[in-house]
Design a protein around this ligand. Sequence first.
Ligand SMILES: NC(=O)c1ccc[n+]([C@@H]2O[C@H](COP(=O)([O-])OP(=O)(O)OC[C@H]3O[C@@H](n4cnc5c(N)ncnc54)[C@H](OP(=O)(O)O)[C@@H]3O)[C@@H](O)[C@H]2O)c1
Length: 309
Amino acid sequence: MPRAVRFDRYGDIDVLNVVDVPRPVPGSGQVLVRVKAASINPGEASIRKGVFAQRWPSTFPSGQGSDLAGVIDELGEGVTGLHVGDEVFGFTNRRASHAELVVVDADDLTSKPPAVSWEVAGSLFVAGTTAYAAVRAVSLRPGDTVVVSGAAGGVGCLAVQLARNAGATVVGLSSEKHHDWLTRHGATPLAYGEGAGDRIRATSRGRVDAFIDAFGGGYVKLALDLGVQPDRIDTIIDFEAAKRYGVKSDGNAQAASSRVVAELAELVAQGRLDVPIAKVYPLSDVRAAYRDLEERHTLGKIVLRPETA
Ligand SMILES: NC(=O)c1ccc[n+]([C@@H]2O[C@H](COP(=O)([O-])OP(=O)(O)OC[C@H]3O[C@@H](n4cnc5c(N)ncnc54)[C@H](OP(=O)(O)O)[C@@H]3O)[C@@H](O)[C@H]2O)c1
């Protein structure tokens, strides 16, 4: 039987199990994908802990995960343009990608370019579309200076590069161990914490045009204090601050499509977008993977690979 991640109640990492499940059956307009790689995201940890229990409740037993890349194993009725054996990537909105076999709506998949690895393709949906939406939201023009908080994380490292591709000067906030990566990707790295505002003012000579907050915890207020206009601030996590200060909060929902992930994969294939893969865990080590992610010091993405991949 195929294996899949399941949890039966909200809780800490130890509620996650990898269990045998019946082989999923694709319905009309759907395909069955044999997963090669599926990345993990902080939002999944929040869902598992019950943080969104009121807004987006889980039904138990619950699966987990949206990002995925793999090979088509079976076609449902009425699917055209895709074939068994095709290499694809994309997403599922059914909390299901952390598994060996996943049913996916055919419209939510796109072809995996050969130059893009399984791990990278399986990492592009949540982080990639969120970075894409956040960069678009702050309307960057060549010559603008944009600050990115959480610049080394899954979303931040992509936002930094998309902002550079838009012609902006990018200041990235991260710990020192990721400064070298940021420098190599065209950003000016600065340490977060005490005095970050002064360091940003000194580096930008007092002119910050836009701010992308990929970490939360006070960066929206800092952006306003730096003189950034509210419509050029986007936070992907501090929704309370977005409401209070009238700044933007575009994220995954504003760019979640197979068209956007295809565009991002094309950038990867052209060498214009680098997706650092911090670590690959076998699916059976899903708990260790989340333990790592929940430390909140990842550079890029953490990926699960089913043992059958
Ligand atoms: N709205 C949406 O659609 C959406 C979509 C995706 C994610 N999110 C949310 O956005 C956040 C980022 O997601 P992610 O996948 O990028 O997470 P992640 O990969 O876990 O981010 C980890 C990064 O956070 C950095 N960090 C830790 N403490 C920091 C601090 N005090 N100031 C600045 N950066 C700090 C770390 O940098 P160092 O290692 O250098 O310390 C690390 O690189 C999460 O809260 C997630 O839930 C929202």
